[in-house]
Design a protein around this ligand. Structure first.
Ligand code: ZN
Length: 92
């Protein structure tokens, strides 16, 4: 019986710990990544950014995300420099 209480405590502690939450979120991210785009690539520096928190700008009806406001400004100055037709081909 004591063992069961201990297990419950561990479970509760595990759920309450932010770290555990992040671990789970990380797992979910990998799965969700394949279904829906939960991440976006900053066209200026190529960094992966979170659309929920990133700076964004719209160009030709498409929304782009940036890791910083500076890069958003940079992009808005010359968007075609970053999302030109040659970059539409998917190559990494
Ligand atoms: Zn960037």
């Amino acid at each position: 019986m004591k063992f069961r209480v201990l297990v419950n405590m561990v479970l509760v502690a595990g759920l309450a710990l932010p770290f555990a939450g992040q671990a789970w979120a990380g797992k979910d991210d990998k799965k969700a990544d394949q279904k829906a785009a939960k991440e976006a690539v900053d066209p200026v520096c190529g960094m992966t950014v979170d659309p929920a928190t990133a700076e964004k700008a719209t160009f030709k009806g498409k929304t782009y995300y940036f890791c910083s406001l500076d890069e958003k400004k940079e992009f808005e100055k010359t968007p075609e420099k970053f999302v030109g037709t040659d970059k539409d081909k998917k190559k990494k």
